[in-house]
Design a protein around this ligand. Structure first.
Ligand SMILES: NC(=O)c1ccc[n+]([C@@H]2O[C@H](COP(=O)([O-])OP(=O)(O)OC[C@H]3O[C@@H](n4cnc5c(N)ncnc54)[C@H](OP(=O)(O)O)[C@@H]3O)[C@@H](O)[C@H]2O)c1
Length: 258
């Protein structure tokens, strides 16, 4: 059986969710610079995409996708039948003060985080997998987080959703192997965006992040850690995950952040 092929963005037809800002916008810009044939830029409402379409009205096609709405996902799949690269980027971190799993008044926000970051990614994979197969295999890129590797209480719901999405990506990768779809899990650490604006530490620009992800896909990599900030988490966790988790616990006991 032929393995999934490495992905070159030149001449690909991509769909990016959450394309209107942040990391998603960086992907669209880099796809256009790299010679993509068409980019479906998806956002919750089309009016948020005017500036993105203006980047290249011939190649950028706006799509309305709220990833928590299966009806909109299925409508997009009926329209964008030529997709060869699906980038599941849309995500939320949850409301400050409601991300703990025990110390939160209720689980409403945690459910929305799971609906968006986990179920939304999975529904997108399910809707587009048959099309990718028909189009020769292609690739799915699921944007996770280093938060898929460890859990901080102050980001409990976010980590739970990203861990679940990580497991989903590994299983979907195996399911789609026979149709030669490359399924990549991406673990960013710090990338400039609205989501990360209050997080300290060095950050890649969204364009630099996209460049690193596409370079890894061109090598056929399926577990992608963009930038030093991401490998700084990957390496100690790979060496001794239990010690890393103990360190988190000790830090939390001495400094219980909100
Ligand atoms: N920035 C980082 O350092 C970092 C680190 C690790 C992982 N990530 C991940 O990277 C991805 C992009 O995040 P970002 O940093 O670019 O954040 P961002 O600037 O907050 O952008 C999030 C994007 O997701 C969209 N979105 C949210 N909920 C959606 C929904 N239900 N349906 C469709 N689109 C939705 C937003 O659309 P609206 O404009 O309509 O809200 C926006 O386009 C996320 O999955 C995030 O978890 C980011």
């Amino acid at each position: 059986m032929n393995a999934p092929a490495a992905l070159e963005i030149s001449d690909c037809v991509a769909l990016v969710t959450g394309a209107n800002r942040g990391i998603g916008k960086g992907f669209v810009e880099e796809l256009l610079a790299g010679g993509a044939r068409r980019v479906y830029a998806a956002a919750r409402t089309a009016d948020r995409l005017e500036a993105i379409v203006a980047l290249d009205p011939e190649r950028v096609v706006p799509l309305e996708i709220d990833v928590t709405r299966i009806d909109l996902i299925l409508a997009a799949a009926r329209r964008a039948r030529d997709v060869t690269l699906l980038i599941n980027n849309a995500g939320i971190s949850g409301e400050a003060g409601q991300r703990r799993l025990i110390g939160t008044p209720n689980l409403d926000d945690a459910r929305l985080v799971m609906d968006t970051n986990f179920w939304g990614q999975l529904e997108m994979c399910r809707a587009f997998a048959p099309l990718l197969g028909e189009n020769g295999g292609g690739a799915i890129v699921n944007i996770l987080s280093v938060g898929a590797l460890f859990s901080l209480p102050e980001f409990g719901s976010y980590s739970a959703a990203k861990w679940a999405a990580r497991a989903m990506g590994v299983a979907v990768r195996a399911e789609l192997y026979a149709q030669r779809t490359l399924v990549a899990n991406v673990y960013p650490a710090g990338v400039e965006s609205d989501m990360s604006k209050n997080t300290p530490g060095p950050k890649l620009t969204a364009r630099e992040h996209a460049i690193q992800v596409f370079a890894a896909l061109a090598q056929g990599e399926q577990e992608i850690f963009p930038g030093d900030a991401a490998t700084k988490f990957r390496d100690p966790i790979a060496a001794d995950a239990a010690a890393f988790d103990r360190g988190v616990l000790e830090r939390f006991l001495t400094s219980p952040l909100g």
